[in-house]
Design a protein around this ligand. Structure first.
Ligand SMILES: Cc1cc2nc3c(=O)[nH]c(=O)nc-3n(C[C@H](O)[C@H](O)[C@H](O)COP(=O)(O)OP(=O)(O)OC[C@H]3O[C@@H](n4cnc5c(N)ncnc54)[C@H](O)[C@@H]3O)c2cc1C
Length: 355
């Protein structure tokens, strides 16, 4: 007879671990299923040189402070190690190298998960598979470039040195935090560097002597509930991207604030008539594009009825509106403005699973 868990958590990133913490507190019979070989690997796989924009004071999961000084900005590896230590510290049961391939709702109301390591059964599910995993690309634009141009999404970059040479002509599309940070790394290699995409508001790292996160948290902006006023308004207003404390883009980077509309005859064409078409790549250089165009979520393994036409889960503040025994964690703005951040997902997990 197959073992039936009270809850199966799919994904053991920060969201899954926060779920595990509360399930353990409430003595549930649960298991976390994780595709990667190590807890923290989704951070380890991000590019070399990446530092978090959120300081350690706000990078803690429930029950275990993040190490080091409050205002220190950790590297991706330090955050990955914190997550791995967290799982060990609380002895959370994680089955690694286990990918959930299909979720089946059974006639008795419980769930069967088909995974790369066999079937698992549970009464409830927590979906914690990450909001920033599936690359978003402007496909129609991407296919217009010739094969001689190498193209990567920012999520595929491990070390810029492996893809870019001094003789490269690098076009970074999308000027949010990823685009700006990667542009600096590319320029440092001596490559010709162009960063294209509308300007993004950048909050100063410090304001009146305090880290901006101090202000964001103490004003309630980072923790506002997104399903009622004023959180609803903050989400609506904050639709555009905002970066925090990014140093100015170095003068050596060619910065184009117009949106690229098309690529024809070896030239980039822009949405703004004020920006003249630009020949790219330069004749003597090898073109490399890094798409810093964000992410969307896909859940090909969930039953179709749980998803809206655009593929997003049907949920209300993290609870599936189709099968209420299924909880989502880590989605942007799902309960609070910081729901998808390491310092925010714990609160959501407590509210959804702590009762
Ligand atoms: C470049 C970048 C920089 C960021 N910087 C910050 C920052 O400074 N501060 C901050 O707070 N946040 C930051 N974030 C946002 C967020 O904190 C991270 O994206 C974080 O990794 C989200 O954690 P998560 O647990 O929700 O998802 P993930 O870390 O993506 O974890 C999800 C886990 O689910 C597993 N999984 C997925 N599908 C399956 C499946 N079918 N079966 C089994 N396992 C599965 C994955 O292997 C993965 O380990 C950043 C995001 C990006 C992309």
């Amino acid at each position: 007879m197959a073992e039936i868990y009270d809850t199966l958590v799919i994904g053991a990133g920060q969201a899954g671990l926060a779920a595990g913490y509360y399930l353990q507190q409430h003595q549930r019979r649960f298991l976390l299923l994780e595709s990667h070989a190590r807890v923290g690997d989704s951070w380890r796989q991000r590019w070399e040189g990446l530092r978090l924009f959120s300081p350690q004071r706000y990078n803690a999961l429930p029950g275990l402070p993040a190490p080091g000084e409050d205002w220190y900005l950790p590297t991706r590896l330090e955050l990955a190690d914190y997550l791995e230590n967290y799982a060990a510290h609380f002895s959370l049961p994680v089955t690694l190298s286990c990918t959930c391939e299909r979720a089946h709702k059974k006639e008795d109301g419980s769930w069967r998960l088909e995974t790369s390591r066999g079937d698992y059964h549970a009464r409830k599910l927590v979906v914690a598979t990450g909001a920033y995993r599936t690359p978003s690309l402007p496909e129609a634009l991407a296919v217009a470039f010739p094969d001689s141009v190498a193209q990567y999404h920012s999520s595929a970059i491990k070390r810029v040195e492996d893809l870019v040479e001094e003789q490269s002509d690098v076009l970074l599309v999308g000027a949010g935090a990823s685009g700006q940070q990667l542009a600096r790394l590319v320029l440092a290699l001596g490559a010709r560097t162009t960063l294209a995409g509308p300007a993004v508001s950048n909050l100063p790292r410090h304001f009146l002597g305090k880290d901006i996160y101090w202000w964001l948290y103490n004003s309630g902006m980072m923790t506002a509930r997104t399903y009622r006023w004023p959180g609803k308004m903050l989400v609506a207003e904050g639709k555009g991207e905002v970066t925090v404390g990014e140093p100015p883009v170095p003068a050596g980077v060619q910065r184009i604030t117009a949106k690229i509309e098309a690529y024809r005859d070896g030239r980039l064409h822009f949405a703004s008539k004020q920006t003249a078409p630009l020949q790219w790549p330069a004749a003597d250089r090898k073109g490399v594009i890094i798409w810093c165009t964000g992410y969307h979520n896909q859940y090909p393994w969930l039953p179709e009825e749980m998803l809206a036409a655009d593929g997003r889960p049907r949920h209300s503040a993290g609870r599936s509106t189709v099968y209420p025994e299924v909880t989502f964690l880590g989605l942007p703005n799902q309960r609070h403005t910081n729901s998808s951040l390491v310092g925010g997902v714990g609160q959501d997990a407590g509210e959804l699973l702590g009762g």
